[in-house]
Design a protein around this ligand. Structure first.
Ligand code: B4P
Length: 189
């Protein structure tokens, strides 16, 4: 089983690289951001709750996110492994993931940290906002998301280092160059 956590600040390329890893290794993929955006599109109660947080650049509360993740994970049968894209984003989520996987006799194989300078994150997300019209990709909300990343999500770097699962990847360069570095790290596991 290959359970890969793709980690990084907003705009670091988690979604982009996850898709490439899914294609290469035939893994299941959970993007918590995509799950939430689908709920918003479908006008569900969960979507309405999520929209309030996402539009403010805030994280959705842990209990809610952990329940969502558990139900998506339960839907995967005969899986070769999972790419966790955008989860965990807090220490509480990391601990919940560890417990959920342990209950299934599994563990995280590696956490890939896509490290990208802040000016580049900002310009990628502003560009995406113009192309896709994503409501949270505007300068004010991006700044809030980056602040939330530093206060609530970046502490996971130390947490995964303590678990001996941390792998740093320089996230600047072409998408192909970054994929090649990720593949090298995974193939060495
Ligand atoms: P996400 O959907 O996870 O979005 P993200 O962090 O903004 O994007 P990502 O890093 O995946 O960027 P991408 O590859 O697309 O989260 C959105 C919101 O949902 C959060 O703010 C939060 O409110 C909520 N949420 C999600 N998960 C949660 C959780 N676990 N707990 C609580 N709340 C949660 O890349 C960005 C852009 O860069 C793209 O346009 C791409 O084309 C471009 N790009 C990628 N790689 C590039 C490269 N190498 N060079 C140039 N451009 C590149």
């Amino acid at each position: 089983m290959l359970n890969i956590v793709i980690f990084g600040a907003p705009g670091s390329g988690k979604g982009t690289q996850s898709q490439r890893m899914v294609d290469k290794y035939g893994l299941n993929h959970i993007s918590t951001g995509d799950v939430l955006r689908a709920e918003i599109r479908n006008g569900t109660e969960l979507g309405q709750t999520a929209k309030g947080y996402i539009d403010q650049g805030q994280l959705i509360p842990d209990e809610l996110m952990i329940d969502i993740l558990a139900s998506v994970l339960d839907g995967f049968r005969d899986s070769k492994g999972v790419i966790f894209d955008g989860f965990p984003r807090t220490i509480a989520q990391a601990e919940a993931l560890k417990k959920m996987l342990a209950e299934r006799g599994q563990e995280v194989s590696v956490m890939i940290d896509l490290d990208v300078p802040e000016e580049e994150l900002m310009s990628r997300l502003i560009r995406r906002g113009i192309d896709s019209g994503r409501a949270d990709d505007n300068e004010e909300t991006i700044r809030k998301r980056l602040a939330v990343y530093h206060s609530q999500t970046a502490p996971l770097i130390g947490w995964f280092k303590d678990e001996n699962k941390y792998h740093h990847i320089e996230g600047m360069g072409s998408m192909e160059e970054i994929s090649a570095k990720i593949v090298e790290a995974i193939d060495r596991l």
